[in-house]
Design a protein around this ligand. Structure first.
Ligand code: FES
Ligand code: FE2
Length: 386
């Protein structure tokens, strides 16, 4: 990424040395020794800075859904992990990403979302074309040797998996496909590009972002935090490998709950029996996740906004049919899953508070129920250590 010069490397190395856990860390076997992180991993501004640089500065992370763009000349802005970006489609509809930082004195070149032929800075109105080149500089005629080319916006890599847009701040990064591994093949029958985004909501929590991710990569807490899910607990299948956690919860045939098998006519067509008969939960390192059934998908964007502050965006997708978009299908689903989210968000700040206490010490992980938490913890340290 842009910070990755010699002086920044020195700063990072010295940050490393200040975090004692990172100096002594070794991979831990889940069955015999793996524990949760020590407190400093959730409370230290140094760790958070390293995560911003080495996880969100080096890996592909989720920035938004393609329906946030409206074709050529459209854009949206995001500030995930506190990095202001503008994502856009250029004049021929190709995807582009830039730091949303004017090369004059750091003004924003776009706000919110919309359509434009140029990105015009809100501060002194320098304007940039949709390839990031500086084109307009009011009242700069007397500036000697002004080099337009060296004042282009800083480019950010962008790529897609179906309708999902990912960014990578590292110009030398490996392709998104490598990080995705088997995921596109595994979920191709859902044809998620054809689904409609019909509802979005932002949740905020006074929690380190990793606590939210860890909670999302295990099913151990489900029966106690979400009593409505308790009846599914023994049926869950879970796996964690490469950059992802996978969980499958089959519908119960004798259940009259909202999570029981959806009615015909609202499902995406072409799924196999296994996909028709249950809900897949997936988390993709570092900040993307979903709950995916045949008639509904909740897409998670997990956005660190401070050591103990996290935004979680939920985008709701349904098959693009009137029946699937109808309130009869949607309203009970929104109520059901929002309740589950609220149960998690009620508990997580309590965990953050206790980790910040003098009384906290790491505890052992469940070898069967916390496989995803273990994988994500290992990935986090591997990336921070580089
Ligand atoms: S900061 Fe953008 S034009 Fe001055
Ligand atoms: Fe939960």
């Amino acid at each position: 990424m842009a910070l990755n010069n010699a002086s920044q490397t020195l700063v990072n190395e010295s940050l490393d040395r200040q975090v004692s856990f990172l100096q002594t860390w070794k991979p831990q076997a889940l069955s015999s020794e793996a524990t949760t992180f020590p407190a400093e991993m959730y409370t230290s501004s140094k760790v958070y800075q390293l995560e911003k640089e080495r996880i969100f500065g080096k890996t592909w992370y989720y920035v938004g859904h393609s329906s946030q763009l409206q074709g050529p000349n459209s854009y949206f802005t995001v500030e995930i992990a506190e990095q202001p970006l503008v994502i856009l489609q250029n004049q021929v509809g190709e995807l582009r990403g830039f730091f949303n930082i004017c090369t004059h004195r750091a003004g924003p070149v776009a706000l919110g979302s919309g359509k434009c032929n140029r990105l015009t800075c809100l501060y002194h109105a320098w304007s940039f074309d949709l390839e990031g080149n500086l084109r307009g500089i009011p009242d700069m005629e007397t500036a000697l040797d002004f080099d337009l080319a060296s004042h282009a916006l800083t480019t950010v890599k962008v790529d897609t998996w179906g309708p999902f847009i990912f960014a990578n701040l590292d110009p030398n990064c490996r392709p998104l496909a490598e990080q995705l591994g088997e995921l596109p093949e595994m979920f191709k029958r859902y044809r998620l590009s054809e689904w409609a985004r019909i509802h979005s909501v932002d949740y905020w929590t006074n929690t380190n972002w990793k606590l939210y991710v860890e909670n999302n990569t295990e099913n151990y807490h489900e029966p106690s935090v979400h009593p409505i899910l308790a009846k599914y607990y023994q049926k869950i299948k879970a796996d964690a490998r490469h950059y992802y956690y996978l969980q499958y919860t089959p519908y119960l045939t004798d259940s009259d709950g909202i999570n029981s098998s959806p009615k015909t006519g609202i499902n995406i067509e072409g799924l196999n029996e296994y996909e028709m008969d249950g809900v897949s939960t997936m988390s993709f390192f570092p900040n993307f996740a979903w709950i995916l059934g045949p008639n509904v998908a909740i897409i998670y964007l997990i956005d660190p906004q401070g050591v103990a502050r996290t935004r979680v965006r939920w985008d709701w997708l349904v098959p693009n049919t009137e029946a699937a978009k109808s309130p009869e299908n949607l309203d009970p689903l929104i109520e059901f899953f929002d309740n589950i989210q609220q149960e998690d968000l009620k508990l997580l700040p309590e965990i953050q508070k206790r980790i910040q206490s003098f009384g906290y010490r790491p505890g052992r992980l469940s070898p069967t129920r916390e496989v995803g938490t273990h994988l994500f913890q290992e990935l986090i340290v591997q990336h921070i250590k580089g």
